[in-house]
Ligand binder design. Sequence first.
Ligand code: PXL
Length: 270
Amino acid sequence: VVPRLLTVAGSDSGGGAGIQADLKTFAALGAYGMVAVTAVTAQTTDAVHAVHEVPAALVRRQIETAFGDIGVDAVKTGMLGSAETVVAIAEALAGTGVPLVVDPVLAASNDTRLLPLASERPLVERLFPLATVVTPNRTEARALTGMDLEGGALAEAVQALGSAVAVVTGGAEDGIDWYCDGERTEPIAGPLAHGTATHGTGCTHAAALAVFLVRGHLPLEAARLARELVAQAILDGLSELGRGPGPVDALGLRARGVAPPPYSPDPANT
Ligand code: PXL
């Protein structure tokens, strides 16, 4: 059986982050992907130029139709939108009982806000209690807890906000992610991926973690496997694309040798 994954997230017109990163990650791991689009963004690799939010009722209908027809084995959330949308998502997911990975996207890597300030409370109060795992990076973890903590203490403070497990990612700093399930607190270390193609790392990490949960891995092992997948996706990243940090590539397109030969215009058409 093919795992059925639903991502509730924004569209990155550049194809590197958001639902595009999620669908690529699902495909790379042999899972079937569905989407509930929360926002449409126009962005380059170095900046978010425009955002248009999808109405809360339409986000809810996308979630309900996924569950009602194809069925959903796990959900991943990313960029969300207004407080009304966050509440609608929480209501649609409550009672479904499927594993839920919440990536609390507050800002893009270039610091553009992607979540309105007024949505932070419903995100923590309504969505975190439903989450199997939440996956903030360190900046997001400090913003959400309001505490200037490090390492395991930061993961413990995030987990205390209400999710079963917190995994605070640290790839951009020292490569160490911190896991906390309320009883155990563990570092998740691994090789530092020295690469500049880092656009989409957070989305790719959370999407991979959700697939590994469906495959039956416990959250700690799923977080280890997701960290490894992201490191590889950075090494495979398409650093030559765009002016800013290039997109990660969970599909390993270059390594698989499927890139077409360099484009040369047909003289007959010029
Ligand atoms: O990685 C955060 C993120 C999430 N969702 C969308 C994004 C980004 C970062 O650029 O564009 C749609």
